[in-house]
Design a protein around this ligand. Structure first.
Ligand code: AHG
Ligand code: MN
Ligand code: MN
Length: 315
């Protein structure tokens, strides 16, 4: 069975890139071990601090960020770290050839109810600086801390899935994830309906109408509230995830962050045959102007994303 180091050796000659992925995998294995016992340690509550975006930080947000920081500092391949939990980009090694942007703990509001959370990362070439389009990524990945701890990673080829085994090794269990083009599952926070734009409203209405409406088939809805968990489901069996621009988030540009949430997930979708859009533009072509920039996110099965884009084109 293939382990992560063998897969990396086959995917790239760039040892710094491979090393950065190994560091993120090692940090995630350490985070997984802490999450497993967090309720016993009383670590699922608030840290009492707020991050740069004014959101409450969980104790584990801070702990996870510190673990990632420790692993990346020990790796001279890393030039700069951008993290959801750090106001500014952090300079690391002057010889580093790769930048890492990370959401060290995604979905942390789900921690106190023992629902899947994750770590997301994006890897960029140092020469382009921290503000590069998603299409410039060298690699991206996430780790989902669910019943199994899964590492989903892509360099240039297919999106591959590894599972953390008892012996601490990451074993390949799916070489090529494939997002089916058609699906009957959608994921959106419907409690936000009153803020939605016409395109989102029209698309979701068609889905809810099911076989009696224009979509002509029945849909089911799923919303975990951890992007990693929702995207993992979609990568494994299809569907669509929407966190569109709405009248409440319009001033901020959206809800989810471009550099360390939207771009890495869009890169992984692309490797599995899925599509990603803001509604009007491929996410991977969005020009970043700020490290914590937000962006509308619509991604998943190609036919479903196309239907949303069609509504945006009509709007
Ligand atoms: P984070 O925990 O890193 O702040 O991210 C939470 C994000 C994402 O995981 C999820 O899809 C979304 O917030 C959920 O938003 P709602 O609370 O509006 O459902
Ligand atoms: Mn997040
Ligand atoms: Mn987070």
């Amino acid at each position: 069975m293939t382990h992560l180091p063998q897969w990396l050796a086959a995917e790239t000659d760039d040892r710094n890139l491979a090393g950065a992925i190994v560091s993120m995998a090692a940090a995630s294995a350490e985070i997984a071990a802490i999450l497993r016992a967090a309720p016993i340690e009383g670590q699922t509550g608030l840290a009492g601090a707020t991050n740069v975006q004014g959101e409450a930080q969980k104790a584990l947000d801070v702990i996870s960020n510190d673990i990632v920081l420790k692993h990346l500092r020990a790796n001279p391949a890393i030039s700069i770290l951008v993290s959801e939990e750090l106001d500014e980009a952090v300079e690391m090694s002057s010889q580093g050839t790769v930048i890492v942007a990370t959401d060290p703990l995604d979905g942390s509001s789900n921690l106190d109810v023992n629902v899947t959370v994750g770590t997301i990362f994006s890897i960029l070439p140092t020469h382009g600086g921290v503000l590069q389009k998603g299409e410039a990524q060298l690699a991206a990945g996430y780790v989902a801390y669910g019943p199994a701890t899964s590492l989903v990673v892509r360099i240039k080829g297919a999106t591959s899935v590894f599972t953390l085994a008892q012996d601490g090794q990451w074993r390949l269990n799916l070489a090529e994830a494939k997002v089916p083009a058609a699906s009957g599952e959608f994921a959106i926070n419907t409690a936000r309906e009153r803020f939605w734009d016409a395109a989102t409203r029209n698309y979701v209405s068609e889905n809810i109408a099911g076989e009696t409406g224009a979509a002509g088939k029945r849909y089911n809805m799923r919303w975990v509230g951890s992007m990693v968990a929702d995207i993992h489901r979609i990568l494994m069996r299809g569907g669509i995830f929407l966190y569109p621009l709405d009248s409440e988030t319009v001033g901020k540009g959206g809800r989810l962050r471009l550099l360390y949430e939207a771009n890495p997930m869009a890169w992984l979708m692309a490797g599995a045959g899925g599509k990603s859009t803001t509604g009007r533009q491929d996410i991977l072509t969005v020009e970043p102007t700020d490290i914590h920039q937000r962006v509308p996110v619509i991604m998943g099965s190609a036919d479903e994303v196309q239907r949303v884009e069609n509504w945006y084109a009509k709007a």
